[in-house]
Design a protein around this ligand. Sequence first.
Ligand SMILES: [Zn+2]
Length: 149
Amino acid sequence: MSIPKKNNDMRCFHLFPAVFLIAILKGCLYNQIMHELSVTESILSIVIKHAEKNHVEKVVTIHLKIGELTDLVDEYIQHYFDYLSMGTIAEGAVLNMERSPVVFQCTDCKTTFQVSLKGSGKIVCSQCGGAKVAIVSGREFHIKHIEVI
Ligand SMILES: [Zn+2]
């Protein structure tokens, strides 16, 4: 009687970290999906509001500008948009996503410079090597314009 009980205890002990890890991964995925979904809902509601105000028949293309620092995935946004826009004047519209570069400004010499996301380590001024820098762009998310008929 005591041996099976021991085995059960062992199995529980080994399973716990795996279950915990799956829970964390599921949580991350869920947050990522919710992020794109809520952004897409905002895009759609803004586009429809402007389209209706201007009495357009159909929205054809939506041009977006997305900073490289945002973690938004283009494919997810288009996918959610296709789904959410069904039955609206924006149904079938193509999202054109332009990525804007990450730009910093040195607080000492005021030089602005682009930073590659592939680069590693500390961000320093390209002109004076100063370490006091502020982000200028790269986190923005705009609807640039929409094409309609
Ligand atoms: Zn500088």
